[in-house]
Ligand binder design. Sequence first.
Ligand SMILES: Cc1cc2nc3c(=O)[nH]c(=O)nc-3n(C[C@H](O)[C@H](O)[C@H](O)COP(=O)(O)OP(=O)(O)OC[C@H]3O[C@@H](n4cnc5c(N)ncnc54)[C@H](O)[C@@H]3O)c2cc1C
Length: 598
Amino acid sequence: MPTYKAPVDDVLFLLNDVFHIERHNNLPGFADASPDVVEAVLSEAAKLCEEVLLPLNRSGDIEGCKRHDDDGSVTTPKGFKEAYKQVVDGGWVGISAPVEYGGQGLPSTLTVIVNEFMCAANMSFAMYPGLTQGAIAALLAHAPAEQKDKYLPKMVAGTWTGTMNLTEPQCGTDLGMLRTKAVKQADGSYKITGTKIFISAGEHDLAENVVHLVLARVEGAPDGTKGISLFVCPKFLVNDDGSLGKRNALSCGSIEHKMGIHANSTCVMNYDGATAWLIGEENRGLPAMFVMMNEARLGVGVQGLALSDVAYQNAAAYSKERLQGRALTGPKFPDKPADPIIVHPDVRRTLLTIRAFNEAARALLIWTALKADIAHRSADEKERQSAEDHMGLLTPVIKGVLTDTGFANTVLAQQMFGGHGYIAEHGMEQFVRDARIAMLYEGANGIQALDLVGRKLGKDGGRAMMSFFSEVQGYLKERADDDALNPYLKPLGQALAHLQQATLWFMQNAVAKPENGAAGATDYMHLFGLVTLGYMWCRMVEAARGKLAGANGAEPSMNAKLVAGRFFMERMLPETASHLARIQAGAGSVMELPAEAF
Ligand SMILES: Cc1cc2nc3c(=O)[nH]c(=O)nc-3n(C[C@H](O)[C@H](O)[C@H](O)COP(=O)(O)OP(=O)(O)OC[C@H]3O[C@@H](n4cnc5c(N)ncnc54)[C@H](O)[C@@H]3O)c2cc1C
C-alpha cells in the first residue's frame, strides 16, 4: 500500500523563508493567517489527507463509480461519502472563500497548498471539492447578486458541488463548434437543450445538489466563440427560501470507463430543456468561463506536482528497502545479502530528477498563488495589474509543464520498483494512470503551449514577458558578486539567455510565418518552465543558506536543498539548450510531408 506524508515543513519553509508571506499582511485575510494559524491549518489538512483520503485511494480506484440505470444516479466508492462529510465539516472547501458567503477568507495560497495534499492522497476525491472551488470563483466574478446569494453559501460550505460543462462530442479544443442551445423564457430564465460529455463530478452522491455551469448558444447568437453564453443550471431547482425544489430536466446518461481517476465520475450530461439562468451577459460566456478555466488550469498543475510527489515518496522509501546488488565502492551493508538500491548512482539520479522538480514546482505554485491573492485582494491597481500579468503568463506554463513532467515523474518513480512497479499492489501504476489525464483536460498541453506563444507573449505589447525578464535579470544582477551563489546564478543566467534568444527568434520568424511559432511552442513552454524552476531554485538556495548560517550548518533538510538545487542546475537546466535548438529549427521538417504521408 502506498504511503504519503504531506510536505508541511517544505511548505512552511517556502511561505516563511522564501516568499515571506508576512510581507503581504496588508492584504485582506492575510493578517488572520498568522504563522501559528497557517501551521495549524496545514497540520490539520495533512492529517485529513494522510489518515482519511489516502486509505480510500486504492479501494476507490478498484471499485470506481457506479451509475444506476433506473434513475441515472451515480454512487461513489465506499467511504467517499463519509470522507466528504469530514471535508464539509472541516470547512475545507471554503477556507479562502469570502466570509460574507460563509468562507474563512484566508489567503487562496492556502487552498492551493491544501489541494496539493488532497490530490496527492486521492486525486479522484480531490476533484469534487476542487471543481466546486472553480465554480465558486466564476460565480463570484460574474454572477448577479441574487445568484450569488442563492448558490454560494451552500457551495462554499460544500453541501452543494459545482461542475464545468464545456465539452461536447464534436467540440473539445474548438469551442466555436459548440451546439448546446439556450432559449429565453418569459420569466427571464432559459431552457437548455444539448449533450455535454466528459463532465467531471457531473453526478454523484456526495452532495445534496450539483450546480452545473454550462456553456450554450442562445437562439440567434453569432456562430463561433462570439456566440457563447454561460449559464447556471442546478440539478435541483432552488426555491426562494434556499430550500431545494423540483428536479431539473437534466441527467447523467452514462459514465466513462477510463484509464485512471476511476473514483471521479466522468459523465455524459443530457440537458432536456433544463431551466437555467444567464451568468453575466449573453454572448460573453467564454470570458466568464475563463475565470473557472484559469482556476482549474492552476488546479491541474497542482495535480501534476501532487502525483509526482506521492510517487517520489514511495519510490524513495522503496529504494531504501529493496536489496539488490552492491555499491560500486564496495558493500555498504556487508551484513545484508545485498545493498539497498539507493546506493546505485542511477537510482539516485532518478530520484533526484523527480525531487529537484517537485521542490521547485511547489515554489512556483506558491509564488503564483500569492500573485493570485494580490490580483484579487490588493487595493493598489498597479500591483493588481502586475500580478494579473504574472498569472496570465504563467498559467499555461504551470498547467503544461507541471503535468507533462508530473506524469513523466510518476513513470520514473514506477521504474524504481522494477517489475514490482508494474504490479498493481504497490500502487505505482495507479499514480501513472491518474497523472495521465492532467496533460489532456483543461486544454490539452499542446494548446497550453499555443496559448503561451500565440497569445500571452505578445499581449499588451509583451508587458508580462518583459516584466518577467526584468525581474530575473534584476535578481541575477543584484547578486552577481555572491561567489557562493554563483554555481546557481550562472546556469540560470545561461538559461534565461536561451529563453530570450528563443523569444527574439519568434519575433523575427514567427510573425510572418506563424507555423514557426506553433511548431516551437511546446519546446518554448518547457524552456520557459525550466527558467522559472531555475529561478525558484536560486531563491530557495538563498533562503536555505540563510537558515544554515543561523543554525551553524545543523539543518540537514537545508543542506539537502543546496544539493538538490545543484543537481537541478547541473543536470536539468542545461536542457534549455536543446529546446532552443529545436525552436530555431523552425517549422520546415514539421510541415514538409503531405497529410497522406503520415
Ligand atoms: C477524464 C476527463 C475529464 C474531463 N472533465 C471535463 C469537465 O469537467 N468539463 C469539460 O467541459 N470537459 C472535460 N473534459 C474534456 C477535456 O477538457 C477535453 O477532452 C480536452 O479539452 C480536449 O478536447 P478533445 O478531447 O475533444 O480533443 P481535441 O480537441 O479533439 O484534440 C485532439 C488533439 O488535437 C490537438 N489539437 C486540437 N486542436 C488543435 C490546434 N488548433 N492546434 C494544435 N493542436 C490541436 C489537441 O492538443 C489534442 O492533442 C474531460 C476529459 C476527460 C477525459
